[in-house]
Design a protein around this ligand. Structure first.
Ligand SMILES: [Zn+2]
Length: 138
């Protein structure tokens, strides 16, 4: 047990529960529209392109590219230890998601947009594993 403040923990909703269940298994799973034949993110009960309800959850590769990032020098909430990197990753399957970049120095000399990244999981609690991304192959 530590007295260090914990970072905020996501609260699954009915729309996001399958996402968090997959993260717990260390799989990245996102919704897929059977009409558009494309993935989308964030989780919704209907497709944001065609507004159809014919969707299913599919496990994706966990690979993508760093779309953009920012180095945080001041903590946004207790439990964060700056400097750290907030990032938007574009998955190989198309959708972008907001995350943290880990496994690399928070230094603009070491990070570049379009660098290949892959998912990793941070165990926040017994129930919540948070997807983060690290340089591919690291
Ligand atoms: Zn659709």
């Amino acid at each position: 047990m530590t007295d260090a403040p914990r970072r905020p923990v996501p609260h699954p909703t009915p729309e996001t529960q399958p996402y968090w269940d997959a993260c717990k298994r260390h799989e990245l799973s996102i919704p897929y529209c059977l009409s558009c034949k494309e993935h989308f993110f964030y989780p919704r009960r209907f497709c944001p392109r065609c507004f159809g309800w014919d969707i299913e959850w599919r496990t994706v590769s966990g690979r993508g590219k760093l779309y953009t990032y920012s180095i945080q020098y001041r903590p946004q909430a207790p439990g964060f230890q700056p400097p750290y990197v907030t990032a938007i990753v574009q998955l190989d399957e198309g959708p972008r998601l907001m995350t943290n970049l880990v496994g690399v120095e928070p230094d603009p000399e070491k990070i570049r947009c379009d660098m290949p990244v892959e998912v990793d999981f941070l165990e926040l609690t017994d129930e919540i594993s948070l997807p983060v991304f690290k340089p591919a192959g690291s």
